[in-house]
Ligand binder design. Structure first.
Ligand SMILES: [Zn+2]
Length: 253
């Protein structure tokens, strides 16, 4: 428990003093879970530590403000949204509160979200999206492996090495392809237009033949998907926004 108090321009902040034999120099840490901690190395007095802390007032103030902004942001992330992206469409969400079960129902036009508590709105949706993606993406992969696949002939024989198709909760990547033949895809692809999903799948499939991003790789990609450039651009902007709006910790499973 914090036992000390540092005066700031507006108000004050409690802090804890921790002694450490391993610490080489005076140090402060400040995060949401543990608050402000002053670490004193061996041989340094509490007074010296307090002087150091006072010198770091500006940094502490700025960090507290940032943590505060993040807290608001996180609370916003939990609220049920009024609209969400789904297969690249901006669809309305109707939220019904009450009951003890959480459920999501897609009518084909809108998403009906049933939650006991509005603070569970987005996590419930995230988990539902992820389950949908777990079916949708492997189906798409199979479709793109079939006879009428747009894959160039030179890349088809490598399809035999696919061992596993995974849908995961990656933080930054949309897809990946391992040397062992595992194709992994991000569940957030269910939020993007189907053409983007197809592009990512083809991109990873072509990596089975060309495990790099050199000329031969892009040539095959453009053959399979002539709009590839447009999709990579979309992922760089809109896709990055989606990743931030649906952080990995929203998914409970
Ligand atoms: Zn790649």
């Amino acid at each position: 428990m914090p036992t000390h108090e540092l005066d700031l321009m507006h108000g004050s902040v409690p802090y804890t003093i921790r002694r450490s034999n391993r610490a080489k120099r005076l140090r402060i840490t400040l995060d949401e879970s543990q608050g402000l901690i002053l670490v004193l190395p061996r041989g340094i007095s509490e007074q010296e530590g307090q002087k150091f802390l006072a010198e770091k007032r500006d940094w502490i103030q700025r960090t507290l403000a940032r943590l505060d902004r993040q807290k608001i942001h996180r609370a916003d992330l939990l609220k049920p949204p009024a609209r969400v992206p789904f297969h690249g469409r901006d669809v309305p969400v109707t939220t019904r509160l009450g009951g003890d079960m959480s459920a999501v129902h897609w009518t084909g036009k809108e998403l009906l979200l049933f939650v006991p508590d509005p603070r569970h709105g987005r996590p419930v949706l995230a988990n539902w999206f992820r389950r949908r993606a777990t079916h949708f993406i492997p189906e798409k992969v199979k479709e793109l492996m079939s006879e009428d696949s747009p894959l160039p002939a030179s890349c088809r024989s490598a399809l035999g090495s696919v061992q596993r198709i995974q849908v995961r909760n990656q933080k930054t990547r949309w897809g990946s392809c391992s040397a062992r033949g595992t194709l992994s895809f991000n569940w957030r692809l269910i939020l993007t237009p189907d053409a983007v999903v197809e592009y990512i799948i083809l991109h990873e499939m072509i990596h089975l033949t060309h495990p790099h991003h050199q000329g031969a790789f892009w040539k095959a990609v453009l053959q399979a998907c002539p709009s590839a450039r447009k999709h990579t651009q979309w992922l760089r902007t809109e896709g990055a926004t989606l990743m931030r709006a649906w952080p990995p910790d929203l998914c409970l499973t």
